[in-house]
Design a protein around this ligand. Sequence first.
Ligand code: UDP
Length: 254
Amino acid sequence: MARRRQIYEGKAKVLFEGPEPGTLVQYFKDDTSAFSNKKKGTITGKGVLNNRISEYLMLRIGEMGIPTHFVRRLNMREQLVREVEIIPLEIVVRNVAAGSLAQRFGLTEGTPLPRCIVEHYFKSDTLDDPLVSEEHITAFGWATPQDLDEIMSLTLRINDFLSGLFLGIGLRLVDFRVEFGRLYTNDDMQIVLADEISPDNCRLWDIKTGERMDKDRFRRDLGNVEEAYQEVARRLGILPEGGPRDMKGPATMQ
Ligand code: UDP
């Protein structure tokens, strides 16, 4: 099969031109990075697991009426998605103090927040994704006030839904990051959930033991990173039958 045209290569994923106009193929790598790319590594089988986990979560979120870019999973490491115009914001939702929020306000990690807090970061590797306010976003034209209202409403629904879903499998959704894109159809524009939802962009703590089941295991050298991602997939009931050790990748990538 002919190699497809690569559109973009990020830290954990590659985007290829899709088979039909308006589609892209999202390929999940095992590569990982943290602290603005200062720490890099590989988590064996992560791409396979995140492809599955993100497929599962995007489908469930879609079923509750939230539009997403996800179309269907193609193989172990690839999924077909709709091409959207990415809004250059990382939307972070926090239910419990952790990571940069705990640091910024001197809070002990694990302190429940009085209510969930939604933050916006400007997507820019060169600037290290700075925290921005609505003022910056609308003044610089990254999103309109209407876009932001829609993003906030979708984000809060996603948080409620995912918090319950993870609670059901013994995991606390401490915080997570989402991205949205604009999907244009004829004269219409719709804001849809894009990118991925996986332990790469969520903090998930075991309810009973408090154990971290996410990328913090890599960031903080806690060990058993693959096992944690695998356990999340297992609890969701979607562990790939052949196991996640797909080192070859799909035929089109070789
Ligand atoms: N996050 C992410 N990508 C980023 C920054 C953060 O997916 O570039 C996620 C991260 O996994 C966590 C949440 O957003 O679930 C909040 O991250 P935080 O701001 O605490 O930053 P971190 O401590 O991860 O640097």
